[in-house]
Design a protein around this ligand. Structure first.
Ligand code: ADP
Ligand code: MG
Length: 249
């Protein structure tokens, strides 16, 4: 079993401590959701793991290998791929070329990754002519082309309509089931993360506020106060409520 472990990581920007002593663990085959208000440090943590930022202190382990401070290239080669909150494909390159560029050190077929996300029919379309939803899928295809075991997703649902969101949820589940990917998934769209994640970690002001199953988190008064605003209603509960027999008849 290989886990991705973050231990006591601190990241400062000038005087600002964006991440203050965060520890968490993504287990093999698990979808770990990372939620919390804007500015809580979610993207910074992804950037620390993926090698974009070097933590000021703390350790990051992939299995028994310490990867703290490795370059993005080396982290990716070790089996951890990520998507960016704002997709920035090369606009004039086609979808296929964008995937090929991203997978420079792996001999993988760009079309296979595009097929996996349902974008193969757009392989020869320049990225600038893709819709927002398609660019999101391209971003995931680029990550998949590096043949990762761990995938770090940064708000892949943001800006999608309900149909596109449902499609993206199905894709994320499929990636876990078919490729056995483990995921650390930052998301603001509660319907998606609550229904897909095995566990959730809530960040607040650079620290872990709570950790637990989606149900535990949805009912945590502190999480409701600083982030959720109100209790999240699970789909199954709504169905159960509909099916509940009428009383008093
Ligand atoms: P989240 O993704 O949870 O919304 P971020 O990780 O983007 O939060 O940001 C956490 C804090 O770190 C914020 O206060 C943000 O302004 C700051 N921050 C993030 N990246 C940088 C950077 N490159 N330089 C300076 N400050 C940054
Ligand atoms: Mg962010």
């Amino acid at each position: 079993m290989e886990t991705l472990r973050v231990e006591h990581v601190v990241k400062e920007f000038g005087g600002l401590r964006a991440i203050n002593n965060i520890s968490l663990e993504v287990r093999e085959g698990e979808i770990l959701g990372l939620i919390g208000p804007n500015g809580a440090g979610k993207s910074t943590l992804i950037n620390c793991i993926s090698g974009v930022f070097k933590p000021n202190s703390g350790h990051i382990w992939l299995g028994r290998r310490e990867i703290t401070g490795w370059s993005p290239h080396a982290v990716c080669r070790a089996g951890i791929a990520r998507t960016f909150q704002i997709p920035r494909p090369f606009p004039r390159l086609t979808a296929r070329e964008n995937v090929r560029v991203a997978s420079f050190h792996r001999k993988s077929d760009p079309l296979e990754a595009l097929e996996r996300v349902g974008l193969h029919t757009k392989a020869d379309v320049p990225a600038r002519d893709l819709t927002f939803h398609e660019r999101r899928k391209l971003e995931i295809a680029r990550a998949l082309a590096t043949r990762p075991r761990f995938l770090l997703l940064d708000e892949v649902m943001a800006g999608l309509n309900p149909t596109e969101t449902a499609e993206m949820v199905a894709l994320v589940r499929q990636l876990r089931e078919e490729l056995g990917l483990s995921m650390l998934w930052v998301e603001h769209v509660m319907g998606a993360i609550m229904e897909c994640a095995d566990r959730l970690v809530v960040l607040h002001q650079g620290a872990v506020l709570a950790e637990g199953t989606p149900r535990e988190i949805a009912n945590d008064p502190q999480v409701i106060e600083v982030y959720l605003g109100e209790r999240y209603a699970f789909k199954e509960d709504q169905l159960a409520a509909c099916e509940e027999p009428e009383r008093g008849l």
